[in-house]
Design a protein around this ligand. Structure first.
Ligand SMILES: [Zn+2]
Length: 1002
């Protein structure tokens, strides 16, 4: 994201009076050289490497070596790793190690990317951070201690918690709502991101002032690039003569006073926003320092010049890393305000610039990113289970690990704040999609190889020669009962398990392909296990025959009903019933009418329809909507004139299909809802399956400058209060706020995994498999933005191809749960995970080969208590000693990792799913025996508790303590004291705990 987006804001802010609360005294400015390097956005990673990114590291390393006083902070690891592995010479590598030792080059944040905070899932945030930290620690023994989240569009309250867990001493953000900066929000405080973890994981937080992370590029006497003497990066190739556009005038005796005045004036303006005389002065911006030589050659004399007049100017200056600044600030021993768990979302830069469009932009990419992450999660645990206690077949572990590493990289990359946000150019989106798709292909191959590996066995009971095998892996650490859906080519089938027993199944015509059939199978799969099913064509497929055939669903059709003819009198209602709900559909409109929930015996009126915001793309006509911004002028209007309905009633699943037509006479529908209720047969676990109404949507292609929402209107007296999640980790309360302008857009919030609204007794919960924007624009209403297609004539958007002319059709899924608070509280977390981590179905990959029978390699199922989630089980492959001193000594001796992946270390992370006080039973601390958790991997020889990203032994981690108004916190300097635990551990509400586990090899 570029500096240009700041210009309107800067103009406004220059007119503002700063708070002026700073104590008297000379100012000490910390000049922190940095380059903001977006991993994607307008240019692909490869294009960026070629044009400037490689040159940043090459020239910075050389220039730092030339001046003892010079400093630089490095942020995004993806670019650094590409440079390190593919560009850097041995001499440069040697220089890097020396600069790190001397503290002149500092890695901050240390993730592969600077992840978005609004639409990313916290599992993926941890993954991308872990991926970068693992590399830094293995290669240099370095553990980043400060964050540098300068560009994400708004700040989530999950971030301070995760960064504290990763061992950071301070957190830095920048983009918060302009109103808050104008209202002189205190920009430094101690943040308690989680209400349950509270002081334990609080972290000092610095919000950048109004200038954000860029140095001013406009100074009075120069119309070029201010303090950027190296000018502007050039694509695709750096200019051969080294002369870049817009290079600032070199510092000379004639102009040095002017430069000094401009710098000092800016330092003083920034200082006025802070309580101490220490000022962070970021020197850099997007794609800077590709020619560090010219940068430092001009800044060196300028800093000397200012320091020689420090007394007169009232300002002294020094090069600094971010750590230098925070250390100096920490040493002042100031007492700070504490902030609670509220986030900084949404984010507006101007009255009509609400950055709430990107919550939905490029919905297809958002969906793919999450599916890739879920597949990786499954692949990781399946591979770990394959390797321990002993590899069960001839699979090459190095190849297997490579498949996982490739997908780890791709899933990390797409968490970037111009990636999963949908704010990138089309060619960069293609790059992310290619990386994800090829990573997914590799992991699916790996999973199929694991299934097919090992001794083959006779196939009695499984499918015969003409049939198919399907293998289904459950990646969650609980037994899951769910519906598996396959598309097959024949109308009559029987489905059997490994022992030849019939499995409940249902078949119906496909809505997508006329000659194909959809087969639903009721599968019950133990935790971290897979099961095989045989699918065999039957002759008759008649119900009531002796053969255990899949039952055939019957279809009821309801002709087109027009919106304008909707009556307001008594309705003719059609019920669809399962054990938990009765969904009533109105035959006069073909819309949903209401839902009766069995447990409370309450009927809630509920209708759903698609609406569109018609938005402006012409700058001359006023503010525009684009890939970032949502700027509706008017309320949303219905996007349909007629609806057709089909009810496909079956013994296992009943599907309600509603097709919405834009015009009365159109042949093709633009929108559809497929709602599915499951009828769980006796003897199967129905708790989760019965309680969800699965809805899959068909949305698009949209007309130009339309933003499509699904609005659900109910008679719940919600008082227009909505709850939506931060990154799938915790909920935020979102009361509707009336603004003097742009209220519709500013009441939009991100939903990453869940949202709900409620009244005194019932709650309507929505669960999601990808991020969307969500809002309550009326009492009892919730609307989910599902898709956007936009075009505008803003030169900058056109120049970079960032207008979001997205013509795709998207098929997002929501699960709806309705019920008393207590029931939905108990089900929310596990249902959310069941949607996120649906069993992996290996079908085509097995190509008719009979997989090995489970009897030959039987693994014990893994079952955790219902409030505890196995957040990861993997073999990371890092090659470093868990003992820090030993690791550093090894590095000094020249043993520099990477030689061979370490397959012995197993990474295990557990997450308590509930907040303190959320549920009388599930919110209790839970004690588990780790040996039992990972049963089947062999005898455990050692357990080490580690920081979130694995780099610290928590018993040696001493985070800084910052004084607050409520006193010095005891917990924030260290992790909560824990007795040296054996394999039995107690996990408290919302805790995330990370372990290295070692097993005895067999
Ligand atoms: Zn950026």
């Amino acid at each position: 994201m570029g500096p240009l987006r700041w210009l309107p804001l800067l103009v406004r802010l220059l007119l503002l009076r700063p708070p002026g609360a700073r104590p008297e005294g000379p100012i000490r400015a910390f000049v922190v050289p940095h380059s903001h390097m977006d991993v994607g956005w307008v240019y692909t990673v490869q294009e960026s490497m070629r044009a400037y990114a490689a040159n940043v590291y090459t020239s910075v390393v050389e220039e730092l070596s030339r001046g003892q006083q010079r400093r630089f902070i490095a942020v995004e690891q993806e670019f650094f790793r590409l440079w390190w592995d593919g560009v850097a010479s041995d001499q440069q590598k040697h220089q890097v190690r020396r600069l790190l030792d001397e503290g002149r080059l500092e890695f901050v944040l240390g993730g592969q990317v600077m992840h978005d905070e609004a639409v990313t899932h916290f599992d993926d945030q941890i993954l991308q951070l872990t991926e970068g930290h693992g590399f830094l620690y293995e290669t240099f023994g370095i553990r980043p201690q400060f964050s540098w989240h300068v560009d994400p569009f708004g700040a989530s309250a999950t971030t301070p918690t995760l960064f504290a867990l990763a061992g950071f001493n301070a957190h830095l953000i920048s983009r918060i709502d302009y109103n808050l900066k104008e209202a002189r929000q205190e920009l430094q405080f101690v943040w308690q991101g989680s209400p349950s973890l509270s002081v334990q994981q609080q972290i000092f937080t610095h919000i950048m002032d109004q200038y954000s992370y860029c140095t001013p590029s406009h100074i009075p006497f120069s119309n070029r690039s201010g303090f950027y003497w190296n000018g502007v990066a050039v694509f695709p190739e750096p200019p051969a003569d080294g002369v870049y556009p817009n290079m600032s005038e070199p510092v000379t005796p004639a102009n040095i006073d002017l430069y000094a005045e401009a710098l000092v004036a800016n330092v003083k303006q920034r200082a006025a926003w802070f309580r101490t005389p220490h000022v962070l002065w970021p020197w850099g911006c997007d794609k800077q320092f590709f020619n560090a030589s010219v940068q430092f050659a001009n800044m060196d004399p300028l800093l000397d010049h200012i320091n020689s007049r420090a007394a007169k100017l009232g300002v002294s200056v020094q090069y600094a890393t971010l750590g230098d600044y925070f250390r100096a600030l920490h040493a002042l021993n100031v007492t700070w305000r504490t902030r609670d768990h509220h986030d900084f979302l949404p984010y507006s830069t101007e009255p009509f610039q609400a950055w709430t469009g990107f919550y939905t932009s490029r919905s297809a990419l958002k969906g793919l990113a999450r599916r890739a992450s879920a597949l990786l999660y499954a692949g990781e645990s399946m591979f770990t289970r394959y390797m321990w206690p002993a590899p069960r077949g001839p699979l090459d572990p190095a190849w297997a690990l490579q498949q996982l590493q490739q997908l780890r990289w791709a899933v990390s990359e797409v968490q970037h704040h111009d990636a999963i946000t949908g704010t990138e150019s089309p060619k960069v989106r293609d790059m992310y999609e290619e990386h994800l798709a090829s990573g997914m292909l590799g992991v699916r191959k790996l999973m199929a190889s694991i299934v097919l590996d090992g001794p083959q066995s006779p196939t009695s009971g499984c499918a015969g020669p003409a049939g198919h095998f399907v293998t289904v892996y459950n990646p969650l650490a609980w037994t899951v009962t769910t519906i598996i859906t396959l598309t097959i080519g024949f109308p009559g089938v029987s489905v059997t398990d490994e022992l030849g027993h019939p499995v409940p199944a249902q078949i119906q015509n496909s809505t997508e392909t006329p000659s194909a059939y959809v087969l639903h199978i009721l599968a019950t799969i133990p935790g971290l296990s897979y099961r095989h099913y045989g699918i065999r064509p039957t002759a008759g497929a008649q119900e009531g025959t002796q053969e255990p055939a899949a039952t055939v669903a019957s279809t009821l059709r309801f002709g087109r009903r027009l919106r304008r003819h909707a009556s307001h009198g008594a309705s003719r209602l059609v019920p669809v019933v399962n054990d938990c709900y009765t969904v009533l559909l109105d035959q006069d409109t073909n819309l949903m009418h209401s839902i009766r929930e069995r447990q409370s015996n309450r009927t809630v009126r509920m209708t759903q329809e698609f609406l569109e915001y018609h938005v402006n793309g012409d700058l001359k006509q006023g503010p525009i909507s684009d890939n970032y911004m949502f700027t509706p002028k008017d309320a949303a209007a219905p996007a349909w004139e007629a609806v057709e309905m089909e009810i496909v009633a079956g013994k296992l699943v009943t599907e309600i299909r509603q097709y919405f037509y834009r015009n009365v006479t159109t042949r093709d529908y633009t929108y559809a809802i497929y709602s599915r209720l499951t009828h769980v047969p006796q003897g199967h676990d129905r708790e989760l399956l019965c309680h969800r109404i699965e809805q899959q949507y068909h949305v698009g292609p949209l007309e130009l400058n339309r933003e499509a929402v699904l609005r659900t209107s109910t008679d719940l007296n919600s008082r227009q209060v909505l709850y939506s999640d931060n990154n799938g980790y915790q909920m935020q309360r979102r009361p509707y706020l009336a603004y003097s302008n742009n209220s519709i857009a500013r009441n939009y919030y991100p939903m990453v995994q869940s949202a709900f609204m409620e009244d005194g007794s019932s709650r309507l919960l929505l669960l999601s498999e990808r991020a969307h924007g969500i809002s309550s624009q009326g009492n009892g209403q919730v609307e989910v933005m599902l898709h956007r297609r936009l075009w505008n004539n803003f030169d900058w958007d056109l120049g970079y191809n960032l207008t979001l002319n997205d013509t795709s059709v998207v098929h997002p899924v929501l699960w709806l749960l309705l019920g008393p608070w207590s029931v939905t509280t108990a089900l929310r977390q596990r249902s959310g995970l069941a949607l996120q981590h649906r069993p992996v179905v290996l079908f085509g990959e097995l190509a008719g080969t009979a997989p090995n029978r489970p009897g030959s390699q039987k693994q014990e199922a893994v079952t955790l208590p219902p409030n505890l989630h196995l957040q990861i089980l993997s073999i990371p492959g890092w090659n470093y000693s868990s003992n820090h001193t030993e690791h550093v000594q090894n590095l000094q001796k020249g043993h520099r990792g990477k030689a061979q992946a370490d397959l012995h270390r197993v990474l295990l992370r557990l997450h308590h799913l509930y907040e303190v006080g959320e549920d009388p039973v599930l919110s209790q601390p839970v004690t588990v025996d780790l040996e039992a958790v990972v049963c089947g991997l062999g005898p455990m020889v050692a357990v080490e508790e580690r920081s979130l990203t694995g780099t610290w032994d928590v018993s040696t981690l001493r985070r800084w303590s910052w004084a607050t108004e409520t006193g010095h916190c005891r917990g924030c300097s260290t992790f909560p004291s824990r007795s040296p635990e054996g394999p039995t551990i107690t996990i408290h509400p919302k805790e995330i705990r990370t372990f290295f586990v070692h097993f005895r090899q067999q």
